[in-house]
Design a protein around this ligand. Structure first.
Ligand SMILES: Cc1cc2nc3c(=O)[nH]c(=O)nc-3n(C[C@H](O)[C@H](O)[C@H](O)COP(=O)(O)O)c2cc1C
Length: 176
């Protein structure tokens, strides 16, 4: 397949970048030609057949780079297949997953034009020792949901690869 797919990500602590790399690798194995770039480096979507974009949720909101990306590339994004993912829950608990999905859905309501062909929420990674200001303050506030939360990395690589495979199938259909 010669049409080029952009996999683009925003990240604060690196876990979304790793997920974006895994998605790009799976697409490549399925013969999708892929380029991977951080969102803030993408100047134009000209030349890309499709876009996969992903970013984490912080304090109930999708990463601000993701919002900037949507604003900057609105017109181009309506003209090509878009797959969208987010990282949020720090465990595989179903209720936590539901909560993160609701946060993302609420945040995306302000983009009525946004019609991703597919959307996924993945479990993220949490490491209190890596937090920078002001996140580190949030983690010590007794009222914060992060208070006393242990380091966790329950990212579900199987679910991530399965989603990437479904995108590869979709690309094959849109190119054929
Ligand atoms: C300060 C802080 C606040 C967070 N707030 C939320 C939240 O409101 N909802 C959610 O689903 N995940 C939340 N998370 C979890 C992150 O989305 C998760 O750790 C993600 O994997 C981070 O991605 P990154 O490593 O690419 O920056 C929060 C994490 C931190 C450190």
């Amino acid at each position: 397949m010669s049409a080029l797919t952009l996999v683009t990500y925003a990240t604060r602590y690196g876990s979304t970048h790793e997920v974006a790399e895994a998605i790009a690798a799976t697409l490549q194995k399925s013969d999708v030609v892929v380029e991977i770039q951080p969102m803030q480096e993408v100047r134009s979507l000209e030349g890309y057949h499709a876009v996969v974009m992903g970013a984490p949720i912080f304090i109930g909101k999708w990463h601000k780079e993701a919002h900037r990306f949507l604003a900057r590339h609105q017109e181009s994004l309506t003209q090509r297949p878009l797959a969208l993912f987010a990282l949020g829950p720090t465990s595989r608990d179903a209720q936590e997953m539901e909560g993160s999905r609701a946060q993302l859905d609420r945040d995306l309501e302000k983009y009525p034009w946004l019609k991703p062909a597919t959307q996924a929420m993945f479990v993220g990674k949490y490491d209190p020792a890596a937090l920078r200001f002001p996140d580190n303050l949030l983690a010590i506030l007794p009222a914060s949901p992060l208070h006393n939360m242990p380091a966790r990395d329950e990212r579900d690589w199987e679910a991530i690869r399965a989603w990437a495979l479904s995108i590869a199938d979709m690309m094959k259909e849109t190119i054929a």
